[in-house]
Design a protein around this ligand. Structure first.
Ligand code: SF4
Length: 466
């Protein structure tokens, strides 16, 4: 998961950095901006969020931006890492940034790449050289040879392009005014830029924009089986983002209503409060509170100076972040039965810490509800839960998870309500049901059943030839 931004239209770099900040929640490991200035490509990168990028006081009419989430386990800790891992990249005049994860790089290219964006730029360059510079033809070959997820935007010969892999795993939207075209992972960027959202880039569609706002659309892949990542709606995206004509806030609200029905089926004591774990689960908690006719109270407050624990790289770091992540309204807890609502339970670290704290502060009972069903399989498409051992639900049944996190009852979203709540049928649910939409990911799963993992290495990085 990363954030991508493309801008065609003259704006100060400082403003492009402001726009990129709206994608910070998609990756706060590092960020980069690339721009063309008097025919020369330039870039600045920084560790942490985009606000740390030291941008010069110049304007450019061709700008790319990237917020990085370290999918392949490589964390940016030095200036050399910034050069190696953090996009956007420029190779042979093709500037590119992407969101997603390529699972078969080593079988496609003889070179080693630290970053998928660099790999994609190189492949496009190879194909452009062999076809005389025809971008749609280059993408047709790319679409055939590459397995995984990739929503990308780039610059080539003064034009901007945008492409989404034919499954459409990751979001990508665009909008245009007469002065500016913006491509971004989330529509909130367009809102801030005052550029009306035109639509999503369709899966398998290549868009090419010129400086006059003219757009060409090329259908690159005829594959009509889409697999939009459901977890974008549950967790990743900003609630104000619109994807596939769905407002993420509305989806989360519907997930909350469905979860309330699951709660009622359990015949549990009605809680005194419904309490969201900030911030992602707030719409779902609101819907649960309305359905159960009990107040929602924000007694768990976020310590705003820490990042998201999901994005922390080690268990030690996650434990420390989970402990310091929240501040509690002690006066509202003693003697109360509390229904805590969170978006998901990945490793169980955060849930366990919250419940222990509430009980220590005097809560009579703590129920825990997750808007996401149990995640039982790793994701190979850009989320850093790439081994089974990182998912508590892959090895543990629901009652044992409840016991582990210390909940008096654990209520999970049911899998069959997810599609209704999202309002789409063509979703990727692979981390819930193990049905991987792409061939290489299925191969990885098949190989895994014959091999035992002995390290923390990501499944798609392992060599199964031994
Ligand atoms: S496996 Fe899960 S997290 Fe990964 S793309 Fe599919 S739905 Fe999203």
């Amino acid at each position: 998961m990363c954030g991508v931004l493309g801008i065609l239209g003259n704006i100060p770099l400082r403003m492009s950095r402001e726009l990129l900040l709206l994608l910070t929640h998609r990756g706060q490991d590092a960020a980069g901006l690339l721009w063309w200035e008097n025919g020369v490509v330039k870039s600045r990168k920084a560790m942490g969020n985009p606000g740390k990028i030291d941008v010069p006081e110049v304007s450019s009419s061709q700008i790319l931006g990237s917020t990085r989430y370290p999918t392949t386990g490589k964390r940016v800790v030095s200036a050399q890492d910034l050069d190696a891992f953090v996009g956007p990249f420029n190779i042979d005049g093709i500037s590119l940034t992407h969101n997603g994860n390529i699972t078969n790089m080593s079988s496609v290219s003889e070179h080693n790449f630290d970053c998928d964006s660099e790999f994609l730029a190189e492949r496009i360059s190879v194909h452009l050289k062999s076809n005389g510079g025809n971008l749609p033809a280059a993408f047709r070959v790319l679409d055939e040879e590459v397995d995984g997820s990739y929503s990308l935007t780039g610059l080539y010969q003064g034009k901007m392009f945008a492409y989404r892999d034919h499954h459409g795993f990751k979001p990508l939207v665009f909008g245009r005014t007469k002065d500016m075209t913006v491509v971004a992972s989330e529509s909130t960027v367009l809102d801030m830029a005052d550029v009306p959202l035109e639509r999503d880039v369709y899966p398998g569609e290549l868009l090419i924009f010129d400086q006059n706002g003219t757009m060409e659309s090329h259908s690159i892949s005829q594959n009509s089986t889409h697999a939009h990542c459901f977890f974008e709606y549950v967790y990743f995206a900003h609630p104000a983002a619109k994807m596939e004509n769905q407002l993420v806030y509305d989806v989360r609200f519907r997930l909350g209503r469905a979860l309330a029905q699951s709660f009622l089926k359990r015949n549990l004591e009605i809680p005194d409060y419904v309490v969201p774990v900030p911030d992602t689960s707030r719409p779902a908690a609101q819907a649960m509170a309305e359905t159960l006719s009990v107040p929602m109270r924000e007694i768990i407050l976020k310590n705003r100076y820490l990042g998201r624990t999901f994005i922390a790289r080690s268990q030690e770091e996650r434990n420390s972040m989970a402990k310091n992540k929240y501040i509690y309204l002690d006066d509202k807890i003693t003697g109360k039965t509390i229904l805590v609502v969170d978006d998901s339970i990945v490793r169980g670290t955060t849930a366990k810490m919250i419940i222990a704290t509430l009980k220590k502060k005097g809560a009579a009972k703590v129920y825990f509800a997750a808007t996401c069903p149990p995640q039982t399989h790793p994701c190979y498409y850009g989320i850093d839960i790439a081994t089974d051992s990182e998912l508590i639900a892959s090895t543990t049944d629901i009652d044992s998870i409840a016991e582990f996190i210390g909940a008096d009852a654990l209520i999970y979203q049911e899998q069959n309500t997810v599609e209704n709540a999202i309002g789409l049928k063509d979703l990727c649910l692979a981390c819930l049901n193990g049905t991987y939409p792409t061939e290489h990911a299925r191969k990885i799963r098949g190989n895994l059943s014959n091999h035992t993992s002995t390290s923390n290495q990501r499944d798609y990085e392992r060599d199964f030839s031994e």
